[in-house]
Write a protein that binds this ligand. Sequence first.
Ligand code: 48H
Length: 275
Amino acid sequence: MIWGANMGGIEDTKITAAILKRFMHDFADVTNLDVAIVGAGPSGITAARFLASEGAKVAVFERDLHVGGGMWGGGILFPRVVIQEAAKGMLGEVGVKLELTEAGYYTADSVEAVSKSTAAAIDAGARMMVGLTVEDVMIREEDRVAGVVVNWGAVELAGLHVDPVGISAKVVIDATGHDAAIARIVQRKVPYAKFPTSTGGVVGERPMWAEVGEREIVRNTREIYPGLIVTGMAVNAVFGLPRMGPIFGGMLTSGRRAAEIACQKLKKSLKKSNQ
Ligand code: 48H
């Protein structure tokens, strides 16, 4: 048999139609969500996995064409990440091989960590929407955050004047990393919004101190404004906490904590609407 012998009968326009049909269907399906996660770094991917496995309808909006955020690059472009004992199970449970490299310090291949974490989130039912920037939020009664406003990342890069579209979500999770982009949007656009921080707004990330940064990120992962939860490095930026360098246990654990908080909120709103 000749390889490729049965590969004929392909029409270019059918390929076009298949792409359009499939993506328009998939995009329409994410316009009403339980949870919209902004940013597909380690915290966002982990939050998506836990939420989807609890049955929530969840999508992650990522402005880059790739997922993984700052995890691919490991430390100074050496594609390995460090995970502490307490968090090693979170990579282990998605099949990432961990090596005990120093007592108490496990290492993982960052390509393996991103790929397997993402695959596990998708398998659990999370949708990954890449190439889409969240440029605004939707606000409803009592100034609750009620969704995100998205546009193609390419539109943003080209500086084109193209209007974005809205996605409704019962809960929004800011997993945008160092930028804390969604918290900053709320701060800018809802002038009387007050966050539970020392200044009432985004305090800004502090210099490196891994031990404190890793401890406090999990403790401070929370709802900072009605409908808006922060996770990952965005927590450190919002609350004025130290950065921690290429150790990732805090990001993963914060993602899981954000998912737990979102689940509690979803259950409460379900109870309310059933009353
Ligand atoms: C859509 C957006 C938008 C937007 C940003 O930076 P990340 O990897 O975030 P975390 O918090 O999950 O992980 C942080 C970690 O990677 C890190 O940087 C560490 C541990 N640093 C320590 C240190 O000392 O430096 O991912 C955030 C993602 C990125 O992929 C962005 O492209 C994306 O969010 N993003 N997506 N709309 N407005 N803003």
